[in-house]
Design a protein around this ligand. Structure first.
Ligand SMILES: Nc1ncnc2c1ncn2[C@@H]1O[C@H](COP(=O)(O)OP(=O)(O)O)[C@@H](O)[C@H]1O
Ligand SMILES: [Mg+2]
Length: 339
């Protein structure tokens, strides 16, 4: 394995400390991905260096010109505090002819706009819940084509920001309140979808042209009260107490016929290609009791923490964490964009 100079781009706020002695799991959660990727690359023998970025491309330019990394490992999730601006930073890397890991700017732009990606998926006849967008500043009228219950979320936010049990609405009053919440508290347009009742699956995809899908992973609630929906709310994703209370586990989906696993894999590859993704991604899916599979969203550059769904499912496919990071580096080095 060639020793690489790897510049690890990360949000300035998430640059991990030199030592993690005395740091609690809760404190670590914020920058765990950055820590895991950086230290693992170093343990693998790469010369990996973190670079914190917030709202200045100048620091990236300086690091590229002075240090001349072989590749940039992109862990940025926003620029200037705006999640969809990560695509522009990757565009800048392309302008600098700098190889990078993960998704290309076009894929990031298409997939991060959930409404736009659903329109593209619809063209390809890929099942996704029926939806309507309520732009900020527009009155919330009754959605004529959609049937309650509905799920209200931000059209661009990630990581379940703004998702709670109240995101699931049963009537017009609840709908209006929740859309206003997304407009006023999350400060984005609202995406309202038909609620898909069923099991929740996550499927990792790796590749540029030739794609590999990872095993189907499932989010399981072992102690879900009967009146509570199995939604991956912000608390379910990030709050240890809630996870304990609801018995949250993720593991390989059980009792799926091999034919169904294969068909889900093909579906995920079609999604990946339809949205021009590259590098690595994770698809969020739901499967109804009758076996219909819907895509909720495609996540380019998904959470890469050690022990998280993407890395765990890779491990189950025989790709341990260090080899996964090396695969991601290799895909970045081999990716041919416009040059
Ligand atoms: N149409 C839907 N039907 C059922 N559950 C949904 C739907 N949309 C979102 N959810 C639930 O909300 C969670 C977060 O939604 P998602 O679109 O994946 O946003 P995020 O980018 O925040 O992960 C999903 O993992 C799922 O549990
Ligand atoms: Mg999601």
């Amino acid at each position: 394995m060639r020793r690489l100079r790897v510049l690890v781009l990360m949000d300035e706020a998430f640059v991990p400390p030199e030592s993690i002695e005395g740091v609690s799991d809760e404190e670590m959660l914020e920058w765990k991905t950055e820590y895991d990727v950086l230290t693992t690359l170093q343990e693998m023998g790469h010369d990996a260096k973190p670079l914190g970025v917030s709202d200045d491309l100048g620091v990236i330019r300086d690091a590229l010109l002075s240090w001349k990394p072989n590749i940039t490992f992109n862990l940025l999730e926003e620029f200037h505090g705006v999640p969809v601006f990560d695509a522009h930073v990757v565009s800048y890397l392309e302008l600098m002819k700098q190889p990078y890991t993960g998704c290309n700017p076009r894929g990031l732009m298409l997939a991060h706009d959930k409404a736009l990606s659903k329109k593209i998926l619809a063209y390809h006849r890929i099942p996704t819940p029926k939806f309507i967008v309520y732009p900020r500043g527009r009155r919330v009228h009754k959605p004529a084509r959609l049937k309650f219950p509905l799920l209200v979320k931000s059209v661009i936010e990630e990581a379940s920001l703004g998702i709670s049990d109240r995101s699931l609405v049963e009537n017009e009053k609840q709908l209006k309140d929740r859309v206003e919440y997304v407009h006023n508290e999350i400060n984005t347009d609202a995406l309202v979808e038909e609620y898909i009742k069923g099991r929740e699956f996550y499927v990792g995809v790796l590749g540029n042209q030739r794609l590999q899908t990872l095993p189907v992973w499932e989010l399981v609630f072992k102690n879900l009260p009967p009146d509570k929906p199995n939604i991956a709310t912000a608390k379910v994703k990030w709050d240890f107490e809630t996870q304990k209370k609801l018995g949250i586990e993720t593991h390989q989906a059980r009792d799926l016929e091999p034919a169904e696993v294969a068909s889900i894999g093909r579906l995920c590859k079609r999604i990946y290609r339809a949205l021009s993704l590259s590098g690595y991604a994770r698809m969020d899916l739901r499967r109804t009791e009758s076996g219909q599979v819907y895509v909720l969203e495609a996540n380019p550059n998904p959470n890469l923490s050690y022990g998280e769904d993407f890395a765990e499912s890779a491990h189950a496919a025989g790709i341990p964490y260090d080899r996964l990071l090396q695969r991601i580096l290799n895909l970045g080095l081999r990716y041919k964009g416009y040059v």
